[in-house]
Structure formats: structure tokens, C-alpha cells
Design a protein around this ligand. Sequence first.
Ligand code: AMP
Ligand code: MG
Length: 522
Amino acid sequence: MPHLAFDIAFDNTYVRELVGLYTAARPAAAPAPGLLFLNRGLADELGLDADMLAAPEGVAFLAGNTLPEGAQPIAQVYAGHQFGGFSPQLGDGRALLLGEVIDRQGHRRDIAFKGSGRTPYSRGGDGKAAVGPMLREVLIGEAMHALGIPSTRALAVAATGEMVRRDTPLPGAILTRVAASHLRVGTFQFFAARGEIDKLRTLAEYAIARHDPALAGTPGRHLALLGAVARRQAVLVAQWMNVGFIHGVMNTDNMTISGETIDYGPCAFMEAYDAATVFSSIDHGGRYAYGNQPHIARWNLARLAEALLPLMVEGDDEAAVRQAVAEVTAVIDAFPQWYAEALLRGQRAKLGLQLTQASLDADDTALADDWLALLQQGGVDFTLAWRRLSDAAAGDANPLRALFPDPSPLNAWLGRWQARCDREDAGQGGSRDGDRDGEPEGVQGTGPDRAARMRRVNPWIIPRNHRVEEALASASAQGDIRAFDDLLAALRRPYDEDPALARYAEPAPAQLAAGYQTFCGT
Ligand code: AMP
Ligand code: MG
């Protein structure tokens, strides 16, 4: 395979340090490469020349036809619990890790292809991907990023010029994905299940060095790694819940060690609040329903705990085993509390409450829960309700009331919320710090301040399912990516209430929302 004239400064630790934990593979040839999407901002973060990537040579690379020098494409192997059942071997069946780069901030990032053809782990699949699902990954991933939620990101999508066989033939594409790493819970499960303890240990040391370097060489590092992953996932899933994100396929192979959201398949954002919301066409039992996500995260972490246990006990001394099991169990049992704290932190910000110690209030959980119960009861749009609560903070509760079929229970709740805000404002008056000293008595914590704060955390624009589908349909069927570009631009400014973007903020018509289903895109 010819090499590119321009260089990417790869430094491939996975290939170097994890020999035996992957298989080298090559991308398939693309008959007619074409650039559909290039993330210039991300290219810049990575220190890559976006113009080079957009030039024909760059596009040939992004379609898998040429590789920059230093790329060492490999398929990673992993296992995973899929919908609760264990698959002992999954692995990159349609993905390839090209290598790692150090970004401008000094962080190591994986650059990988998705949809680049068959690998030894493809099983029955073709290793390919279609334009629609790859552009969908761009939209949702960039929306998550703009919302401040850790996520793998798309650097580019290149059309291959080839049709891929699905229910109907679809235009093919390759997505170039950037991730803090592609280590998953399932990566550990693979080696643990095979009893390959040396490899498991090598993997754990690698993960620690990469994601939790402060733990390197410490005696309790495997337990601490579990704790660190659990804390990251607690924070991540809390962030998902606070924007109404439903991952859709939280299998253990789709849960990262880094704490980034990965694998945008059947994911979607909830519109009308309902904790039982499921979009995925294959999630018949609702295992990955919105409200189940924190439980599933914990369940997945228990699987990681099991996989790490062999590293925590030398030999099979029974007392030592019992001790290790008790220690990992304590971490898994702590997860709900970590999650609840992270969720409440986010909810308090969304409610316009300050996060200072002085204003902690034991009733805040109830205030947030009762708000959600109101949304559930009224079938109210989750995103708009929070956004309009910001207007209520600014003094006008009518737009919020208008979202509810019956505003009377809301009015009672608004009274409690207002009282809570007043209490906080009064409390702040009592413990003023330096930068508030110049303010006259009685105006601290004013409505406009609170409303402005709330509008920085309660998005106006999320990737609404009907807008996503509309953009993808014209990109996939007509090769027209204008709707995709416009939607992407809107998703990158989720907190800007610009009237020109109003069409992206409106909920889907009820008849569309009712039957909405997503697919894995495999
Ligand atoms: P996912 O549901 O996307 O997390 O994928 C689960 C497993 O199926 C992973 O091992 C993927 O690599 C594999 N897979 C998904 N789609 C394909 C495909 N088109 N060809 C080969 N393998 C695939
Ligand atoms: Mg996956």
C-alpha cells in the first residue's frame, strides 16, 4: 500500500506494548473516495493539517486507500456481554486502530477507522459501514462534545464510492474516530475469560499508565483502577441522564475505561420525558431504557470487577480471595452513591442552584425528583422544560406552563423551587465573599444572574430525532449534505437561543415521535 506524502506523528504504544493482544489488518480499498465531513477543529487539536486531509491525497487516506507513514493498523480483540449474554470473542470486526498521536494539549489520542472492511474478528459481517450511520455518529458525538460530555469524536467521514449490502444497498463510508483510547470493559473480559492472566496484567498496567498514571506501581492499583473507572462512568452516565441521552446498546464492549461515550449506534435523545423510553429496535426488554442506564452501568462495572479479580489475589488462598471480593464489592456498592452525587450536581446546576458547600440542601434530591415526576406525568419535552425553567428564573414562567397539559401541579412545584432559590440567595447574603462586597444589599443572586447560569447548562438545541433523520436521509439518498451541515452547525451551539435555529429546537410532531425507532447500523 502506498504511503502518504504528509506525515502524522504516530506513537503506537498499543502495538508496541501489547503484543499478542491484537491482530494486524489492512483497510479495504475504496473505489471512489469522497470527503463527506472533516472536523477542522478536531484536526487542529490533533496538530493535523486540515487542508492536507481535505486534499485528494488526504481523502484517499480517509477512505482507507493510502496510509500515512507510521500508521500500524490493527484490530483490537475484546469480549463482551451483549444484552446480558457473554460473547467470549468480539473484537474490531469493522474497525481498525491506525495508531496514537499526542494532541496539542499533550493527551494521547487513538485514531481509528470504522467501516474499513473485514478483519479476523468480523465473524459473519462485511466490516463495512453505510453513510447514514456514520454521519449519525458525527452528529451525536459532536452534540455530546458541545454539551460538555466526554465522547469519542469523528475526525472525518469519507464515502468509499461502494454500495454496502444491508436490507437495501446503501452508499458506504468510513468514519475516522478519535478516542482517549479504545480500551473497554470487554477488553479485560476477553483475557480474564480465557485465563490469560499475564496478558490481563499487561493490559491493566497499560490502562493504568494511560488513564490513571498516578496509580502506576502502587500496591492496590487494580482495585483503584476499578474505582477510577467506576467514578468516571458515574459522572458520564449522570451527564447522559441530565441531557436525556439514551445510549441504546450499553453492552460491556461499548463501555470505555477512559470514561468517554463510545459507539453511537442506536442511541438517541429523549423528547417527552419518560424514564421507560427505548428507541433501539432490538432492545425488546428495555434493558437499555433511559431510566435503566445507571443500573446497567453498575452491572457492567461488576463484570469489570470480576475480570480484574485474578490480578488482585496471588494464588488461591481462600481468605485472600474473600478479601478481594469484599473490596471490589465495596466499589460496586459505592457506585449508586457516586452516581447520585454526580446526577444531583448536574441537576442543581440545571435548577439554577449554586454548587457551594454553604448552599447544600438535603431536600434538593426531592425537588429534582418531583420535577421529573411532573415531566413524566405531563409527557413534557425534557429539553424544553429545563430551558423554559431558565425563563422562569428570569421572571416569566408562562412559556414553561405552556408546555404542561395541566399547569396546576407545576405551580405548586414552582413555589417550592422559588423558595429554595430565595433561601440560597438569602444564605449567600450571610456569607458573602470578596467579589460580592461591592453589591448593594438585597440584589445578590438576582433572577437574571440565575437565568444566565441556567442557560449555560440547559441546552436549547439537542439532536432531535426527526432533524437527524431528515439530515441523514438527504445525505444518504441524494448525496446532499447541506441539511447535515446546517444541523451540525446548530448542534455546536446548544446554548444559543438564536431564533434562526428555532426549527432545531422544536420537538418532533407527536405522530413521528411515537413510533421512532433506531437501528444498530451494522
Ligand atoms: P456494536 O454493536 O457496534 O458495538 O458491535 C458489536 C460487534 O459486532 C463488534 O465486535 C463489531 O466489530 C461487530 N460488527 C458490527 N458491525 C459489523 C460489520 N458490519 N461487520 C463486521 N463486524 C461488525
Ligand atoms: Mg461496539
